[in-house]
Design a protein around this ligand. Structure first.
Ligand code: B12
Length: 230
């Protein structure tokens, strides 16, 4: 019997209280997966992440503690503090999205959850829209079988005729040519950007009609925008 279901259960029990969800599981053929801490290649990866503002209550409480207020990358530090202990219990190698070398989290999510890219560059989920992200992933030496996870082949952007995300960016940073990072960042430093996107979040992301119920709170939006501007 595969240990997959027991691992998923243990992850849910350890991380669910922090708002971190098991998002998907994918397997690799020999030598194709990311490096494990023992130097071999992973045969499976389990993706962990937030759905809507699920992590915000636990993370903001942690961030309020005096020892955490001055951290440079608090969300990365928090994610590591939550995920590393359970990775160690399971004998898994933990990967984090912002740690170099960047692991292909979005490719993994496309494979594990069937997600597709939105015009913003971030993946759109049929239910959660653009309001989700990845907090870490765990690599295992074996293929985890019998793990039942939801996947979707539907691309919500195909059904969206108006595509409001592509019309609202004041500096056209979101367009057919992809996301223009410098244009976005320069705008965020202007008085208009500081009073607009920096306060209420990326206008293009906010304009997406999919998963509006999972939208981040004003506080969380401002936190992510501040991180993007750095
Ligand atoms: C570098 C990076 C950025 C750069 C983008 C530079 C660029 N032009 O590529 C900057 C700092 C600008 C950025 C911004 C944001 N990012 Co970013 N970013 C990353 C990071 C750390 C590495 C991407 C990468 O190169 N991976 C390496 C390659 C090998 O992996 P890959 O899966 O094959 O790569 C895919 C991406 O490169 C993607 N891609 C191509 N062009 C762009 C452009 C943008 C803006 C993004 C986000 C992705 C993207 O296409 C590739 C094929 O699938 C990833 C984490 C990760 N490890 O992947 C997060 C990540 C992609 N970002 C994420 C997010 C949420 C954002 C922001 C919304 C955050 C914010 N503060 O608002 C913004 C997006 C701005 C917007 N359009 O609204 C999420 C996306 C989740 C999702 N739903 O898909 C990730 C996965 C991090 C996470 N913790 O979940 N990001």
């Amino acid at each position: 019997m595969s240990r997959g279901p027991a691992i998923v259960e243990q992850l849910r029990a350890a991380l669910g209280v922090h708002g971190v969800f098991v998002r998907g599981c994918l397997s690799f053929s020999e030598g194709e997966g990311p490096h494990l801490s023992d130097g071999t290649s992973a045969r499976s990866v389990v993706l962990l992440g937030n759905i809507g503002g699920s992590i915000w209550p636990a993370f903001s409480k942690w961030l309020d503690m005096p020892a955490n207020r001055m951290r440079k990358d608090p969300l990365d530090d928090w994610s590591k503090a939550m995920i590393r202990p359970v990775a160690s219990e399971l004998g898994a190698t933990a990967y984090f999205p912002s740690d170099p070398p960047w692991q292909p989290f979005q490719q993994w999510a496309m494979r594990a959850e069937g997600l597709k890219a939105s015009p913003l560059g971030i993946l759109i989920h049929p239910l959660y829209g653009l309001w989700h992200g990845y907090r870490g992933a765990l690599g295992f030496t074996d293929v985890l079988e019998d793990v039942e996870m939801a996947t979707s082949s539907r691309h919500p952007c195909d059904l969206c005729v108006e595509k409001p995300c592509m019309a609202v960016c004041p500096v056209d940073a979101v367009g057919a040519a992809g996301f223009h990072v410098q244009g976005c960042r320069s705008h965020l430093r202007t008085p208009e950007g500081r009073a607009g996107c920096m306060v209420s979040g990326c206008l293009a992301r906010n304009a997406c009609p999919v998963g509006a119920g999972y939208r981040y709170s004003a506080e969380q939006l401002a936190f992510h925008m501040a991180a993007l501007q750095l």
